[in-house]
Design a protein around this ligand. Structure first.
Ligand code: GAP
Length: 492
């Protein structure tokens, strides 16, 4: 079967990510683990640049937001109060014919009958709730410590004995054996970063002395036992979130929802995602969490379809109220002007780091035609990253590697630029090929040290270099003393 152009594009992107060291499958040499990914040398830079820019605009450039970094292992009481233990689940079904396991909403409908998307069978099990939280255990617990949790039962699906014990889609289960009678405490790997912000609300309010409206921001790992991790890093079992909980008075909630939706759209544009590939979905009443008064999904046109990048939700006072109830600790805000105490409302922009990284790579991937060394046109693969997020900002090349003076000057330039940006030195191969290697990983600028730099051809050009821009391939002559300013003004 012929693959669609979008499917082919996605395949090229996944293959480039592996070939050039952006993203690898986790535990690959042992056969890999489904839904888990490792970021390589370039992927980690790209991801870090996304997180740093988010932190810059959401925390550092504002007076009304402070940051925190909470623990991943979470007390079960937190996630009971938040509603996750009871209700953070997807409906799961199995196909009895091909043994595929999937989310119930992934079944396809043909002539009004639900069918397996893989084999077309309509012999499907009844849907059952599958809690998406990942558990782990701390301990062995000292019996005198007062912690009394024992190993929990293994069956994670609510109220049913699984009809099908092994499936083709995910057969990597191992039994965890604990010595009989060992006391362990059940804890969860957090399914979102948000809950530690709510739980620390009072402490942070006290130490930061902020007045409403104000926000608490966090970037960190979250874990979900997704039934069908898919679409590369789009839906995985371990991922990172960038979340802001922006606390406010009830009457400000709807206005701030609009404000944050606009701010977040600006963020994506500012990292190089074209506005016409971004879409705002107003989540309809029946699909919104019952406590939310308004939710937008910011979506992006991925090659595999239009999908959510970020949710912006007005969550009312639900979370703080739940934790006040659950902990019996007051989580109110005291308004010094009105002398009133109340539980603040919250607006939450919640973005996925990995989905943003994937959107950036999809947006940046392009192929054009460019002449090779012999002047023959060939296909050039370019990642057109915004310089702000590009993993490497500038590559520095001596024209020839066997000319000591060229190499020494290029090394000097590397040392000059390094304190300001991530630079890469490359002396191997023809200069055209070196440019192409950088184009393919999205390096926006290339600096070449040539004989003019040494003043050998024209004294007026001494201590100038060729600065090449990735997308236009245009070259300009820049004085070395102006290089730091020229580049920093373009990458910030
Ligand atoms: N605190 C609200 C919250 O967690 P969510 O819509 O479940 O809301 C927010 O998640 C964002 O986290 C999503 O828009 C997405 O970018 C990212 N995300 C959620 N599940 C993910 C997964 N399995 N893999 C990668 N990213 C995920």
């Amino acid at each position: 079967m012929n693959k669609s152009p979008d499917a082919q594009r996605m395949e090229k992107i996944v293959s480039l990510c592996k070939r050039r060291g952006f993203i690898f499958q986790s535990s690959e040499i042992y056969g890999g683990l489904n839904g888990l990914w490792d970021y390589g040398p370039l992927g980690v830079e790209l991801k870090r640049n996304v997180k740093n820019y988010w932190w810059r605009v959401m925390v550092h450039e504002r007076d009304d937001v402070v940051g925190m970094d909470g623990s991943i292992l979470t007390h079960p009481a937190v996630l009971t109060a938040s509603g996750h233990v009871e209700g953070f689940s997807d409906l799961l079904v199995d196909c009895r014919t091909c043994k595929s396991r999937m989310r119930a909403d992934q079944l396809v409908r043909k002539n009004g009958i639900k069918q397996c998307p893989r084999c077309g069978s309509s012999d499907i099990t009844e849907p059952r709730a599958f809690n998406l939280m990942l558990e782990t255990h701390i301990g062995s617990i000292d019996p005198r410590s007062g912690l009394t949790y024992e190993m929990p039962a293994a069956d994670r699906t609510a109220g049913s004995t699984p009809e099908i014990s092994s499936t083709t889609s995910d057969s990597q289960f191992v039994d965890i054996k604990r010595p009989a009678g060992e006391l362990v405490a059940l804890v969860y790997l957090r399914p979102e970063t948000a809950q530690s912000i709510f739980v620390q609300f009072k402490n942070i309010l006290e130490v930061s002395r902020k007045k409403l409206p104000f926000g608490i921001a966090q970037i960190g790992k979250a874990f979900r036992n997704e039934i069908n991790p898919r679409n590369f890093i789009f839906r995985s079992r371990e991922f990172e979130q960038m979340e802001l909980e922006y606390f406010c008075r009830a009457e400000e909630g709807m206005k701030l929802l609009e404000y944050w939706k606009e701010e977040r759209l600006k963020f994506y544009e500012n990292i190089g995602i074209a506005r016409d590939t971004l879409h705002v979905l107003t989540v309809p009443d029946e699909e919104r969490a019952f406590y939310s008064k308004g939710t937008y999904d910011i979506e992006y046109d991925f090659p595999f379809g239009r999908q959510e990048l970020e949710g912006v939700a007005y969550r009312t006072d639900y979370d703080l109220s739940q934790h006040q109830k659950g902990s019996s600790k007051p989580l109110e805000y005291f308004d010094e002007e009105t002398k009133q105490k109340f539980i603040p409302h919250v607006v939450e922009p919640s973005a996925g780091v990995d989905r943003t990284v994937l959107a950036l790579i999809c947006e940046a991937y392009s192929e054009d035609q460019a002449p090779n060394e012999k002047g023959k046109m060939e296909t050039r693969v370019v990642l057109r990253f915004h310089p702000r997020v590009a993993p490497i900002k500038c590559a520095v090349f001596p024209l020839l590697k066997n000319k000591e003076k060229l190499v020494a000057k290029a090394r000097e330039i590397v040392d000059l630029l390094r304190p300001q940006m991530f630079v890469f030195y490359d002396e191997s191969g023809a200069i055209g090929r070196r440019y192409r290697r950088q184009d393919e990983i999205g390096t926006p600028f290339g600096v070449t040290v040539d004989f003019e730099t040494l003043g050998e051809k024209d004294a007026a050009l001494r201590d100038t270099v060729t600065l090449r821009e990735r997308d236009s391939m245009k070259q300009e002559r820049v004085a070395i003393r102006d290089l730091v300013n020229t580049l920093t003004s373009r990458i910030r």
